[in-house]
Design a protein around this ligand. Structure first.
Ligand code: GAR
Length: 196
């Protein structure tokens, strides 16, 4: 079966939803969960599922993004993934790294791309007076949050919404969207999936 490596920085709820889907008749299995944050809660969740884990702390690398990315590439090459899923991985990647894995790397981003690349997406959507928000899964290219969009899910923004309220409405959709897009991606399907 296909091998999927998942990169995380935090709690890893999207990583768990991907792993929960990769059972039974699913054509892929998780081969590695890698975190730049040694304290990421997701590492213990992955280990509890019997998945290989590795932490590569970015802090000793300082400003040397190339050296950090090279260390991540070494770990990924050992795991021999067919697909790499960024799931709440909060590091900016070098163009060398994205080129190394282009066509095989997905990311989930908590906005309706191309709106609100980067951070604080929900607050920015509320601040802008948008009537809807959501999440996107896209292919990773050198442009931050800019690669081809493969799937989206949307929710209304309600009167009086806060960042936390909106995040709580969107996260369960992320957990549906990412596994659905990964299944299609593995089959070679690249048309936009609209969940909602
Ligand atoms: C998710 O909401 C994901 O979309 C977001 O971080 C959260 C990770 O949660 N990703 C980004 O902001 C990427 N720039 P999780 O660790 O529970 O999956």
């Amino acid at each position: 079966s296909k091998r999927v490596a998942i990169l995380i920085s935090g709690g890893g709820s999207n990583m768990v939803s991907l792993c929960e889907d990769m059972v039974g008749e699913h054509p892929a299995r998780p081969c590695l969960v890698l975190s730049n944050n040694p304290d990421a809660g997701g590492l213990a969740k992955a280990a509890a599922r019997g998945i290989d884990t590795v932490a590569i702390d970015h802090r000793p690398f300082g400003k040397d993004r190339a050296a950090f990315d090279a260390a991540v590439t070494d770990a990924l090459e050992r795991a021999e993934p067919d697909v790499i899923c960024l799931a709440g991985f909060m590091r900016i990647l070098t163009p060398e790294f994205t080129a190394r894995w282009e066509g095989r790397m997905l990311n989930i981003h908590p906005s309706l791309l191309p709106k609100y690349k980067g951070l604080n997406t929900h607050a920015r959507a509320i601040e802008a007076g948008d009537t809807e928000a959501g999440c996107s899964v896209h292919e990773v290219t050198a442009e931050l949050d800019g690669g081809p969009i493969l799937g989206q899910a949307r929710v209304p923004i309600l009167e009086g919404d806060t960042h936390d309220a909106l995040a709580a409405r969107i996260l369960p959709l992320e957990h549906k969207l990412y596994p659905a897009v990964l299944r299609r991606f593995i089959k070679g399907e690249r048309e936009l999936l609209n969940l909602s």
